[in-house]
Design a protein around this ligand. Structure first.
Ligand SMILES: Cc1cc2nc3c(=O)[nH]c(=O)nc-3n(C[C@H](O)[C@H](O)[C@H](O)COP(=O)(O)O)c2cc1C
Length: 367
């Protein structure tokens, strides 16, 4: 446990807007369109961010706190903070070391990494880049289920501790920015975790084509059980947006759910995640862990998410900007900034541990 403010620098002046601008300059317009874009008219992109701002933190004083700890566990894995790296595809567009750099950066910050199955590095190489760090593998159930089974076996054999099943992509969202920019996989990159046609398909038709052609559109709760049975690894269902669906996931054996709208890349008219988190967490009622992502950009957002019932948050685009501008060190700096500012926010709220963050710490902003 670090003393409140003791060892940490007084100020880490990190601006995500600056990071995004510098990343755009570094990676060029095609990669930027892929990373930054959302579905349809992109209304939910800003909506996700803005929704956190409609909650306020309502601090305790005289809490008698000498120390603050941001440490927690995620499905039993110890982490330094409840801010994890979301699975984002095709990191080879951001940095030559791609997902290996993200893994090293997350490991140095004591954070959990979730690797996308559309990674441009082999999952074996990502494991070797940060062998002792906690990592989970994101999976899609593919129409050719043997290919999913193969991916799961490889992940289980290389120390991935959970499978994150993404369920919000029965079809690709209408990614107009991506489409208009002609986003595709360049010839020097591949998708080594998906055997079969995926790499060729992503070079020709782009990433929307991979989802459209290869992902199983007709998923049901039985698929959670199917996935669990493949390896015995815990299954985290990502992309849940309703309390009743969360309950169906839990009843089907999910160890956790991620409240997510895929970073505004699927259904643009869905509600921001900050607005639906509490009702989902309440319905789950402690039977599974609950995480959230979408528009988390500041440490106080993390406190709000935990107060609304999440055990952790995932950050997507900020980690891509950090990777693009600073490689592994950039990812570490981003995560350490979140952690330091989370410690500050918790101290200002009068909560010494993440477990102590409860619903009474948040209020709806008036007006
Ligand atoms: C460029 C990009 C690629 C993504 N690729 C995947 C993916 O392969 N699998 C997945 O489950 N989610 C994917 N996501 C969604 C993220 O895991 C996460 O839900 C989202 O980025 C969180 O929102 P934020 O970017 O506002 O933090 C992607 C998001 C972005 C921005």
């Amino acid at each position: 446990m670090a003393g409140a403010g003791a060892a940490a620098p007084l100020v880490t002046d990190l601006s995500l807007d600056d990071l995004e601008r510098d990343a755009r300059h570094a990676i060029g317009e095609m990669a930027y369109a892929y990373y930054a874009g959302g579905a349809e008219d992109e209304r939910l992109l800003e909506g996700n961010v803005a929704a956190w701002g409609r909650w306020q933190l309502h601090p305790h004083v005289l809490a008698g706190l000498a120390e603050v700890s941001t440490a927690t566990t995620l499905l039993g894995s110890a982490v330094d903070s409840p801010v994890a790296v979301a699975p984002t595809a095709i990191q080879g567009l951001a940095h030559p070391e791609a997902e290996m750099a993200t893994a090293r950066g997350a490991a140095a910050a004591g954070a959990l990494l979730v690797l996308s199955s559309l990674a441009t590095c082999a999952l074996e190489d990502v494991a070797a880049a940060a062998p002792d760090a906690p990592r989970w593998m994101q999976v899609y159930v593919l129409r050719e289920r043997a290919r999913t089974a193969d991916l799961v076996a490889r992940a289980a054999a290389h120390g991935y501790r959970a499978l994150v099943l993404t369920v919000d992509a029965p079809v690709p969202g209408l990614r107009l920015r991506e489409w208009r920019q002609g986003v595709h996989l360049p010839d020097d990159l591949a998708l080594p975790n998906l055997a079969g046609e995926s790499t060729r398909s992503a070079r020709g038709g782009g990433f929307m084509a991979v989802v459209a052609n290869e992902c199983e559109p007709a998923l049901s709760p039985d698929d959670v059980g199917w996935l669990t049975g493949l390896s015995g690894l815990p299954v985290v269902v990502k992309g849940v947006q309703r309390a009743d669906d969360a309950v169906r996931c839990v009843e089907a054996g999910a160890a956790a759910v991620v409240v997510s709208n895929h970073g505004a890349r699927q259904l643009a008219d869905a509600p921001p995640t900050a607005d639906i988190l509490a009702e989902i967490a309440d319905a789950v009622g402690g039977r599974a862990e609950v995480y959230v992502d979408g528009g988390v950009r500041r440490a106080p957002d993390v406190v709000k998410a935990l107060a609304l019932g999440a055990r952790a948050v995932l950050v997507g685009r900020p980690s891509l900007w950090a990777l693009a501008t600073g490689g592994a060190d950039g990812v570490t700096a981003l995560l350490r900034w979140f952690e330091a500012e989370l410690r500050r926010a918790m101290a200002l709220c009068g909560t010494g541990t993440v477990e102590a963050i409860e619903r009474g710490l948040v209020r709806r902003a008036l007006g």
